[in-house]
Design a protein around this ligand. Sequence first.
Ligand code: NDP
Length: 287
Amino acid sequence: MATLPALGSPEGAVQPCTMVIFGASGDLTHRMLLPALYNLALDGRLPARFAVVGFARTNWTNDEFREEARKAVEKYSRRSLDPAVWDGFAATLHYISGDYASDEAYDRLNEKLEVVKQAHGTEGNHLFYLAIPPGAFDDVVLQLGKGPHARTRDEDHGWSRVIIEKPFGEDLKSALELNALLHQVFREDDNYRIDHYLGKETVQNILVFRFGNGIMEPVWNRRYVDHVQMTVSESIGVERRGSYYDHSGALRDMMQNHMMQLLSLVAMEPPVTYDGRAVRNEKVKVL
Ligand code: NDP
């Protein structure tokens, strides 16, 4: 089997793991996740012991999934496909089809995860990425809760983390319900509620601009700032996402997530440290 480039950082900085992508046949997986993973592979930033298991209802074999992944990378990656790196990366990709609510499908998934763990040496660490419409979150989380990868306390057989993209619920009640469901299966520290705006360079630069800058920080307050305007200018329109917008609405799509994050970063006090918890606590104080 071809191998990935060696991990750039010291062994242990990025732990071995299997990433399980639910909704592996979908748009987010094709446009974002697979190209992003491939670019990490190109930079030697994936753990040397790493694998991906795609899960969705679409009936593909491993080879068909790899072919789909190749097309996705060719179409959406920032950098073009390097055949030598691709071969190593493609060998880490696996696929299993099944229904999100079916016990039988999760039996097969869990068997596959065991095989992949042995083959790639991923040590029982699992990252579950819910790249599925929110209507399917409950089924997947409940099924994971029944299986061997549920973790509600520290245990010594590998970690289980879950990533959920926006939207996290569609109002306070449904967000709290989803949170409660996740807490039945995963520890709070293992829940990653992702807002992809936070990965944008311009957004990340706000913190540096404010707190790493001896000129700006002293005048960044109500004595010198008259008002703040935020402009979110998109270069594309609704395109083919009409049914999505009809359902969610622009306010839910942008405001309570992306705009609130920007607002918090602009208005928060300096965090005590730059770890996620300290930054989040300062944001919460603003809100
Ligand atoms: P898709 O509509 O492409 O759905 C992903 C996959 O989920 C599909 O390929 C399909 O796979 C399965 N699926 C579709 N509808 C259902 C359903 N009703 N019930 C169960 N499974 C279904 O979604 P995206 O990939 O665009 O988005 C995935 C998640 O990421 C969503 O929560 C979305 O809100 C979020 N997100 C997406 C972004 C993007 O750029 N696409 C940006 C930000 C957030 P199969 O039929 O093979 O099972």
